[in-house]
Ligand binder design. Structure first.
Ligand SMILES: Nc1ncnc2c1ncn2[C@@H]1O[C@H](COP(=O)(O)OP(=O)(O)OP(=O)(O)O)[C@@H](O)[C@H]1O
Ligand SMILES: [Mg+2]
Length: 286
């Protein structure tokens, strides 16, 4: 967004962590691989998560023991939240929470790759607690994994890039590019304006009000030009999804993000539906 600078972003500087010398699986430590790492997602398609889930098993996917009891699955979720890291297949350390919603928590995470390669990503950890059983959880995770496989080739500037699905101790997570910015809800609720006013020069503040926001009786509204710009970009993202047979299904301010360059990106394809049935009805993604 024009006028938005690094200070208005929700990011803070990431503290680098020491490189991980060993290669770990969830809960188990393995010796380093002789020929370097296979990055998560190298297999190209997501691993089959559950016998009921659609079969997209990849020969390259490692076998992972899944918990037998649902209570164990719930405890695994809490364990990952407590440990603030995912130790599989390389360690992702959670730096800070970027947001949360009904489906789980999104973290900014540092990925500790081979030879000390540290990269930043967003990790969305799916909470099994909103499902009634592990089978239902994994079936839905299978649906999400399928969606990611199909959406992955879509390279559109208005959609969050770099998605792939993985699991740790049966807990599903999506790896995405971390968006250095804010969601539209945060922009609209006006809290950032107090920050901008306190930190910025009065000239900058006046420009903010001239171009981007209107303040009336203490209430904030976005100026028409800004609204049109955001909407135009949201519609471009939606059009790209539609052109590939998807509907997003959950367009709302918290699923619309704006980075510090002003690029608008849609996130959260968790409720996306796919394909128009012959009767014109939209079917769930299969
Ligand atoms: N790639 C990302 N980079 C930075 N922040 C993100 C990213 N993805 C999501 N977020 C933040 O995390 C919040 C929650 O993410 P998301 O919408 O995917 O979760 P959710 O559980 O599906 O939420 P809900 O069901 O309420 O829509 C978003 O509103 C946004 O603020
Ligand atoms: Mg959301």
């Amino acid at each position: 967004m024009p006028g938005m600078n690094k200070r208005s972003s929700r990011y803070s500087t990431v503290v680098s962590q020491p490189a991980v010398a060993t290669r770990q699986r969830c809960g188990r430590v393995e010796p380093p691989a002789a020929t370097g790492h296979a990055a998560p997602g190298d297999a190209g398609v997501a691993r089959r998560a559950h016998p009921e889930a659609p079969n997209v098993e990849s020969a390259a996917s490692p076998a992972v023991a899944e918990p037998r009891e649902f209570t164990e699955l719930l405890e695994n979720y809490r364990g990952l939240l407590r440990g603030r890291s995912i130790p599989y297949p390389v360690v992702y350390r959670f730096v800070k929470e970027l947001g949360h919603g009904r489906q789980g928590v999104v973290f900014l995470a540092t990925r500790h790759g081979a030879r000390g390669c540290l990269t930043e990503h967003a990790i969305k950890l799916f909470d099994p607690g909103i499902y009634s059983s592990a089978a239902r959880y994994w079936t839905d995770m299978g649906r999400i994994a399928q969606q990611i496989s199909r959406l992955q080739p879509l390279n559109n500037v208005n959609l969050v890039p770099g998605n792939f699905y993985e699991e740790c101790n049966g807990i599903g997570y999506i790896h995405m590019s971390a968006i250095d910015g804010i969601d539209l809800q945060f922009l609209m609720d006006g809290k950032h304006l107090e920050l901008a006013r306190a930190r910025g020069a009065s000239k900058e503040w006046n420009r903010f009000l001239d171009l981007l926001f209107r303040l009336e009786d203490g209430r904030i509204s976005l100026r028409t030009g800004l609204v049109l710009d955001i909407l135009r970009n949201v519609l471009r993202g939606i059009a790209a999804l539609h052109a590939n047979g998807f509907i997003h299904g959950d367009i709302k301010p918290t699923n619309i993000m704006i980075n510090i360059q002003g690029t608008v990106r849609l996130v959260d394809f968790g409720r996306a539906a796919r394909e128009w049935a012959a009767d014109g009805q939209v079917g769930r993604a299969k």
